[in-house]
Design a protein. Sequence first.
Length: 300
Amino acid sequence: MIHVEGVTKKFEKETAVATIELSVKTGSIYGLLGSNGAGKTTLLKILAGIYRPDHGNVHIEKQSIYENVSLKQKVVFIPDSLYFFPQATIHQMADYYRSFYPGWNQERYETLQQVFNIDPHRKIQRLSKGMQRQVAFWLSLSCMPNVLILDEPIDGLDPVMRQKIKNLLFQDVAERDLTVIISSHNLREIEDICDHVGIMHKGKLVIEKELDDLKTDTHKIQVAFSSPEQETSMLKQLNILHQEKRGSVNLLIGKGQKQHIEEIVRSSQPLVFDMLPLTLEEIFIYEMGGVGYEIENILI
């Protein structure tokens, strides 16, 4: 569905996106994560056809997205900073969306009014930040897009509304093969809904994996030994992202297949050994530490 080939984007002397390569399958939900200033929003705007890449190509449904009006009519982008026409009501913005998006579904628009429970004759600028975010989803989902690109989509939403919107996304993915790309610092929400994850840092995509594979490949290890020599020998054989001491117990974050790690640790005859599951937030922290983004400075 979406193919990004060697995309680079610079602003004056600053490289925002550097030679990005990625693919997003039809009907999947792709989570784009990264450090602050990593280039996520720039990449999303390139995917939406707002920015033209300096180098490389972005193809959606085998067509270039930039300046392709007919293709853009199948793609909806909800930015972090929302914009609506000044003094416009929801109904007036719906008329505008209807005029641009041929896939507009009036029946769904009216059905979603019951979900969001907002008077369509209210002026959007007078609504709270969270309610404006709901309006953005209301209008966007009524367009029945093939691709939905979301930048910090749940910012300002209460837990009940977050769940409603996630359910709507799941419904469209399952029933219409909607493809969703989400950039968010709320990793717990990303973990709940995404099936594929890419992590950016300094304009580059440092990791891209299915979420299940990412979790399978990274482990939290608790281990203690009777002698420092045993511990040193074991550590030399493992790919360790992070290490800290808690009393006599060593807490390690390691990469590799679980069975292989278990074999190495057990062969060293530990006094204590346990492997624990990692959250996406923990994986993000330790992976970013591995590319030089210090844990102390990470903001999630």
